[in-house]
Design a protein. Structure first.
Length: 239
């Protein structure tokens, strides 16, 4: 979610929030690195999960580290409850959202003109809404790819069959995740930072990415019941 035209000065940013943001981002990076190293030595049976866990650690930090070592390792597969399987499936969806959102934010930060291609100025007054469109499209594309490489090998599907199954399994889950994420970021962007702190929330600030971490956690909350239903109906497989 790229910042709108600067209206405020970042001097209004509380120093404690800046320090907390840096600490939380550093902790998440460390957790992601720990998982990446462990997975290199102990790869998952489903290779796409070797990407899922480090990506999710970028927002979930210690929670994802615990989730993996308690419920995510291959030798724990037979001991997972249905609720835990749903959580792992939700994180599988969330990893695609995380990577897609990171790509979108990076692209618009490097080339701001991209925001105009997705509606800024001619459809949206606020650039954040145009970037959300790009966020969703990239998250959807990455999420479908992640789901394809999960379902196609497991079910022995052809390419087109795998794509159809991936869309069916991931479209609702991913959309529910993005709704939770966008909802939180809207509150943070417009109310907490814009109205209360009179400052901008932009991706060149650690506070932005700390808010994104919290937004991704909200995405998990809104997507979890959707994944529960999808797995119960057999549309998604237990993980």
């Amino acid at each position: 979610m790229v910042h709108r035209v600067q209206k405020f000065h970042n001097s209004h940013m509380p120093p404690w929030l800046h320090d907390l943001s840096l600490a939380m981002l550093a902790l998440a990076g460390l957790c992601s690195a720990v998982l990446a190293v462990h997975l290199l030595k102990h790869p998952q049976r489903m290779w796409i999960m070797n990407l899922v866990w480090p990506l999710c650690a970028l927002f979930g930090s210690l929670w994802i580290l615990w989730q993996y070592f308690r419920h995510g390792r291959s030798d724990a597969a037979g001991r997972r409850s249905f609720a835990v399987s749903v959580a792992n499936g939700t994180l599988h969806c969330g990893s695609g959202c995380t990577l897609g959102d990171l790509l979108a934010e990076a692209l618009v930060w490097v080339a701001p003109v991209i925001a105009t291609w997705f509606g800024w100025r001619h459809l949206f007054r606020e650039r954040i809404f145009a970037v959300w469109v790009l966020d969703y499209l990239l998250a959807f594309a990455v999420g479908i790819a992640f789901q394809y490489f999960t379902l196609a090998p497991m079910r022995g599907l052809s390419f087109l069959q795998g794509i159809r199954a991936a869309v069916k399994a991931d479209a609702l889950s991913l959309t529910a995740w993005q709704i939770g994420m966008y909802g939180f970021m809207a509150i943070a962007y417009f109310h907490w930072f814009g109205t209360l702190l009179h400052t901008s929330l932009s991706p060149d600030r650690p506070e932005f990415w700390f808010m994104m971490q919290l937004a991704m956690a909200c995405g998990f909350i809104t997507s979890y019941p959707v994944n529960w239903w999808l797995i119960r109906k057999g549309i998604k497989d237990r993980m």
